[in-house]
Design a binder for this molecule. Structure first.
Ligand code: KG4
Ligand code: ZN
Length: 362
């Protein structure tokens, strides 16, 4: 095969929460191709505790990561010599979990003399939409809905972000997980609620949409709050338990899923129209939800807004999206992060550029 100077290959690692993931990505003429993509889920282990246990997550990452790296290289038929850069998620996430991926990536990078790129996890989610055949062109609005974040982000240009809306309490995925626990369903809650909701009536219960008051008057138009909805679900469950004993789980799941989707759709549409943008992108774990995908697709087409959603398989955490984010950074002229770059549980996406400064910010 002839060497194409414009083609780049990245080995990417993702360990910010409870999925150990490794992928090998190639960029060719502006297109991104997943050559190998492995995810070792720890869900079963954490499910016993009803949520992610940070110490268990770190230990499992440490055990699984070397095998996944080896497997990805061997299935893709590539050696470290053919890799142009090694990337890992460095923020935000669980400190210990992030550290396992970052130290592994930096070790590989030093050992094989390849540039290291520290990636912002949310930039990874944003990049997941480029694993579609028809990616969006900036400027556009992104609804990022995951277990840790619910945000409306304007992408002005590749790697230039402006947050316009956010949740003031739980993220949408976190609300799915907590309500699933309340209903006695498994972890993670999103897929469990989605499954039951298929058989329920989405209008069975009237639930609140959760708005955030602005101290200067009125409400923040693009912000979210899911804590009131969680409490309303708890009250509804308590009421039903005293009245009839057995819970109508399907109707409760469908009503909850429907109200979350309505809120997400309404605020995204309001924001995209007010900002005079023509394109909306939806990414993150909750973006895998069928009802939300359908409602968002109906609403955008009725307002003449183009909708680009991350492929379902790349909505929840994976390393392919981290690889695409790294390739896009390389395309934008970034050469590497400092090998001294550590990890941080929190860091704003608007400051992701600082991850590529010679003076590491953390
Ligand atoms: O993006 P992600 O894998 O991790 C974070 O970065 O947070 O998102 C995980 C979240 C969990 O809260 C999970 O319950 C939710 O995404 N989720 C879903 C679905 N699949 C995953 N929520 C609703 N419907 C789904 N099908
Ligand atoms: Zn994520």
């Amino acid at each position: 095969m002839r060497y194409n100077p414009k083609s780049k290959t990245v080995l990417a690692l993702e360990t910010s929460c409870d999925e150990t993931a490794v992928a090998l990505l190639k960029s060719e003429c502006g297109q991104f191709r997943t050559v190998a993509n492995l995810v070792a889920s720890q869900i079963e282990e954490h499910a016993k505790w009803g949520g992610v246990v940070p110490e268990i997550a770190s230990r499992r990452h440490l055990e699984a990561l070397p095998f996944l790296v080896e497997e990805v290289l061997s299935t893709s038929g590539q050696s470290m010599r053919e890799i142009d850069a090694v990337a890992a998620t460095v923020t935000p996430g669980l400190n210990g979990a992030l550290l396992i991926g970052s130290v592994t990536a930096r070790t590989l990078s030093a050992l094989h003399q390849k540039p290291f790129l520290g990636i912002h996890h949310l930039e990874g989610h944003l990049a997941s939409v480029f694993l579609n055949e028809n990616p969006p062109r900036p400027p556009y609005l992104v609804l990022l809905v995951s277990g840790g974040h619910t945000e409306l982000i304007k992408v002005n240009n590749d790697c230039k972000y402006q947050r316009l809306g956010r949740s003031h309490d739980d993220a949408a995925g976190e609300a799915f997980d907590k309500v699933a626990r309340l209903l006695g369903l498994g972890y993670p809650g999103g897929p469990a609620i989605e499954k039951l909701a298929t058989y329920g009536n989405p209008k069975a219960y009237s639930l609140p949409k959760g708005r955030v008051s602005n101290p200067a008057g009125g409400f923040y138009p693009y912000d979210f709050s899911f804590s009131g909805l969680k409490t309303a679900m708890l009250r509804q469950v308590q009421l039903l338990e005293t009245k009839q004993g057995e819970l109508p789980l399907e109707n409760l799941a469908a009503s909850f899923e429907n109200i979350v989707a309505e809120v997400l759709v309404e605020r995204s549409i309001r924001c995209v129209l007010n900002q005079e943008l023509k394109t909306l992108v939806m990414v993150g774990g909750v973006a895998a939800n069928k009802r939300l995908r359908k409602m968002m697709s109906d609403a955008t087409s009725s307002y003449g807004v183009a909708l680009h959603m991350a492929p379902k398989a790349f909505c929840t955490d994976n390393a392919a999206m981290i690889g695409v984010a790294a390739l896009k950074r390389l395309e934008s002229g970034v050469s590497q992060s400092s090998i001294q770059l550590g990890v941080s549980p929190r860091w704003s996406l608007e400051q992701a550029d600082l991850l590529y400064r010679a003076n590491a910010p953390f």
